[in-house]
Design a binder for this molecule. Structure first.
Ligand code: NAD
Ligand code: MG
Length: 373
């Protein structure tokens, strides 16, 4: 995994493997195009099998035809299922339509799904794969920054139910994750920033050197320079992989990934999902960094630097129009509540997090005031 921009430029591509219970589970490919896909799917033994590409309206239009052409060489038949883009469609209704499509196309146990899109497509496809015929294989081809560094790794799949996000789901590991980093060039800037929220979070909880370089390589990253993207996405996947390998079912350190998410989720809800997830995470990170500073775990300079980095990537660190009291109330209703106490992730230092249940209402209120200020 390239540690610098120069190493990334030289490597040109990265392949890592993810283990589960100490055993090899799947590869993650980071590539400049789709050309290596046939090689990457080779070990999956799909020559005599069918594939169904699942995409949303946007990713189907942009990359559907190209992907279909390439996959045709690798199996007997490639089908395509497209649904309208947007979180509102991450539902059981869409899954139902997909099941219907698979039944019509006579998909059996050994055929596979291919998720082409962001976290919405990946979560929904993974869930359909986990449940169709009690579970079939699926391949992740994540196309947003968020899905490349976060949702495509770790095997969490699912859909929203009524007003509840990710209420119905399953753990189901992909058979392969293949990223074409150049697809990020068509991604809208705001979506790119949202991914940056999780990336900066990864640096804060696990890797201070990586965090520092996110600042140094800012220009290259914002210009979507290929080597910079490769360095950055690889570094972030490494953090996510480490955390999920250590803790596949979220008993321990996987909770670190919730850094910035406790207050972040409350802001997301209170703002009626008008801010994107990464933006709310950024606000939550600012709040959690503030708490870590108040507890004298990180310095004021480090807290300021974290906020500045978020701002540099066009992310907010304050929220307008909310009452701090409402943030406290909503946070206490959150599912991360544990025996009446909010489970909070704070920083022990830059690059290392810890979980605590000793956050009292007063501290929560003051942190909320800070980000509402
Ligand atoms: P998304 O999938 O809705 O994608 C955002 C938008 O970008 C969509 O309109 C999509 O069509 C478009 N798009 C995708 N790739 C593009 C490209 N290359 N060029 C142009 N446009 C493109 O949203 P997201 O932010 O990728 O994912 C959010 C979802 O991920 C949420 O539902 C969230 O719950 C889920 N999630 C899951 C996990 C997990 O562990 N499973 C982790 C984090 C988030
Ligand atoms: Mg998140």
């Amino acid at each position: 995994i390239p540690a610098t921009l120069e190493e990334a430029a030289q490597a040109g591509r990265v392949c890592m493997d993810v283990k589960k219970d100490g055993q090899f589970c799947y590869h993650i490919y980071l590539e400049p195009d789709f050309a290596k896909l046939p090689e990457a799917v080779e070990p999956l033994n799909i020559k005599e099998r069918k594939l169904c590409i699942v995409a949303d309206s946007t990713t189907a239009e942009l990359y559907g035809a190209e992907l279909k052409e390439i996959l045709k060489e690798t199996c007997t038949y490639v089908s395509m299922f497209v649904f309208p883009a947007g979180e509102v469609n991450k539902t059981l209704n869409t899954v139902r339509d997909l099941y219907e499509h698979l039944i019509l196309e006579k998909f059996d146990r050994k055929d596979m799904l291919v998720a082409l899109g962001g976290g919405v497509v990946g979560d929904l496809t993974g869930f359909a794969a986990a449940t169709y015929l009690r579970g079939i294989g699926f391949i992740q081809i994540p196309t947003t920054l968020l899905s490349q560094v976060d949702s495509s790794i770790g095997g969490k799949t699912g859909v929203d139910f009524d007003a509840y996000k990710n209420m119905v789901g399953a753990f189901h590991m992909p058979r392969l994750v293949y990223m074409n980093l150049n697809v990020l060039k068509t991604l809208p800037d705001r979506q790119f920033s949202c991914g940056m929220g999780e990336i900066i979070k990864h640096g804060l909880i696990q890797d201070s050197d990586y965090l520092e370089k996110l600042s140094t390589y800012q220009r290259e990253i914002r210009e979507k320079n290929y080597a910079a993207l490769l360095w950055m996405v690889a570094g972030s996947c490494k953090v996510k992989r480490h955390v999920v390998e250590e803790d596949p079912t979220e008993q321990g350190i996987r909770a670190w990934l919730n850094f910035g998410h406790t207050i972040g989720h409350s802001v997301e809800k209170l703002k009626d999902f008008t801010l994107c997830h990464g933006e709310c995470v950024a606000i939550g990170c600012a709040a959690a960094a503030w708490m870590s500073w108040k507890r004298e775990l990180i310095s004021e300079k480090e807290k300021e630097a974290a906020e500045q980095l978020l701002l540099d990537y066009q992310l907010p660190v304050r929220v307008k129009g909310l009452k701090p009291e409402d943030i406290v109330k909503t946070t206490k209703l959150d599912k991360k509540m544990d025996a009446g106490k909010v489970k909070f992730v704070l920083l022990k230092k830059i690059g290392e997090a810890f979980v605590t249940r000793d956050v009292e209402d007063e501290e929560l209120l003051r942190a909320s005031r800070y980000v509402c200020g």
